[in-house]
Design a protein around this ligand. Structure first.
Ligand code: HQG
Length: 188
């Protein structure tokens, strides 16, 4: 039998997934619009989610979700009057991710069925604004398995950087790039 604690965790996870949907892809679902830099009014988010009738949400619950999120998916502004997603958007938003020199290698976990297309066209942002890259193989495995049978590409990020390609870092250590051309895909 599922414990109360698990039930609570599951419902917080579902709520967090819904918040991701709103803040990354589809704010119009609850009648919101993102600012150009991705922010929405926190009270409007709470009211909009409440109105769906699907989730119990209060400011303390939202603050707990933001604070405890394992991947730092969300941020409040200083006085918590606004909130945004830190990465993963499909909507164009202007978040000034710091451009940084990456480590020698980054990794991209994907599904085997995408690899022919990736070898041909490179790694593209697809529905998102950026390609998301992982700092290690373990993290890339988790990302890739979401899509099916895991395949991991190694990316010589430092070499690309020295050749003029830009890399950015989201607040949680996830690396972002505009795209990875086929000639920089390495098998591991
Ligand atoms: C693939 C999650 C065919 C790409 C994760 C990936 C991450 C291609 C899929 C973050 C392609 C897009 C992002 C091409 C790329 N042909 N397929 N040319 N180029 N692809 O979910 O990187 O938990 O948009 O390999 O953990 O999997 O939501 O990107 O398989 O951090 O916070 O197209 O989202 O974070 O899938 O994941 P996604 P992703 P959260």
């Amino acid at each position: 039998m599922m414990s109360q604690k698990n039930k609570n965790n599951n419902s917080l996870t579902n709520l967090s997934k819904f918040i991701s949907l709103i803040l990354r892809h589809s704010p119009q679902t609850i009648g919101l619009e993102l600012d150009p830099d991705g922010w929405v009014d926190t009270q409007a988010l709470l009211a909009g989610i409440h109105k769906t009738g699907k989730y119990q949400i209060t400011m303390p619950i939202l603050e707990e979700i933001v604070r405890t999120d394992q991947k730092q998916r969300y941020d409040f502004n200083e006085d918590h009057s606004r909130i945004r997603a830190n990465y993963g958007h499909s909507i164009p938003v202007k978040i000034n991710y710091p451009e940084k020199e990456p480590p020698e290698y980054l990794y991209h976990g994907t599904a085997e069925r995408f690899t022919d297309s990736i070898r041909e066209k490179g790694i593209l942002p697809m529905n998102r604004q950026y390609v998301h890259l992982s700092i290690d193989i373990e993290t890339a495995s988790i990302v890739g398995k979401r899509h099916g049978k895991l395949y991991i590409f190694r990316i010589p990020a430092r070499e690309m950087y020295l050749k003029g390609y830009r890399f950015y870092q989201a607040p949680n250590g996830i690396w972002l790039a505009d795209s990875i051309p086929p000639n920089f895909l390495q098998d591991i």
